[in-house]
Write a protein that binds this ligand. Structure first.
Ligand code: 4G0
Length: 254
């Protein structure tokens, strides 16, 4: 099944590089992804192709005019199944995550709306936008980079895009625990060795090591993730050990 994504933007050329490289290209080449770029300026009707205007009430900056944006959305919606998500990229949206990537990858068709300037006339949102997504708490000059981030993250969940080796269910964040460190050849590099467990070929021991390393990294770097992670009894025991180690270090450092 092909997933269709229509991107509405004033800067379609920004997508040329990222969308024609590596995995995204492979997805398009294999017809798993039908990505269509639309220039919102093509939906203007005046001779200057005006897409923005000054805000009512002042305050500076420019706001995208509603008419061309609405015309572009309605064009993309023409042959879309009912309830096709129309997603506005905005710092005011729900914060993007692995879970949202998986949820969006199940849709046959998505419409991504990239705003520029200080935003878009709010009536577009009121009339046609069904979802608002942010890629994090910072402001960018436009929604194009966020749209590319979302396309990249969700294409990895379309069956057939990743080989079995790179199954998206094993990613960092798939189960709320970070991944263990990775190594490749040579076995020693600038005095640093590859951990023996990776070269010994003891499958069960390796799995246990990876789980412990991932859990340790999560404990050290992203303890917030552990609140939501669903952990086995063994994993909870390991967390207890990490806490003990921390406590011991603290009391010996006094
Ligand atoms: C709409 C998304 C678009 C509204 C877009 C800005 C960051 C993100 C834009 C605004 C963006 C993000 C209200 C400033 C374009 N910047 N974090 N800029 N406002 O996902």
């Amino acid at each position: 099944m092909t997933m269709r994504i229509d991107v509405l933007t004033l800067f379609p050329a920004m997508f040329q590089g990222p969308m024609t490289e590596s995995m995204l290209w492979k997805a398009r080449d294999r017809q798993l992804l039908d990505l269509r770029l639309h220039d919102i300026r093509d939906f203007t009707t005046d001779k200057h192709r005006t897409a923005d205007d000054i805000p009512y009430g002042g305050g500076g900056g420019m706001i995208m005019k509603p008419e061309p944006v609405v015309a572009a959305i309605e064009y993309a919606l023409q042959d879309a199944p009912p309830r096709t998500p129309v997603i506005l990229m905005t710092p005011q949206g729900r914060v993007f995550s692995h879970a949202i990537a998986k949820e969006l990858a199940e849709q046959p068709h998505l419409i991504l709306l990239c705003g520029r300037y200080e935003g878009i006339d709010d009536r577009v949102r009121q009339l046609l936008v069904t979802d608002e997504i942010s890629i994090g708490d910072y402001v960018l000059t436009g929604g194009e980079l966020p749209a590319m981030v979302i396309i990249d993250a969700l294409v990895r969940h379309i069956p057939g895009v990743l080989g079995a080796e790179g199954a998206a269910d094993r990613d960092s964040h798939a189960d709320g625990i970070l991944e263990a460190p990775h190594y490749t050849r040579p076995p020693e590099f600038r005095g640093l060795s590859v951990p023996a467990v990776l070269t010994e070929g003891h499958g069960a021991k390796l799995a246990q090591w990876r789980r412990e390393q991932g859990l340790r990294r999560t404990w050290e770097r992203r303890p917030d993730l552990l609140l939501k992670a669903d952990l086995t009894e063994d994993e909870r025991y390991l967390l207890g050990r990490f806490a003990d180690e921390d406590a011991r270090r603290l009391s010996s450092a006094k």
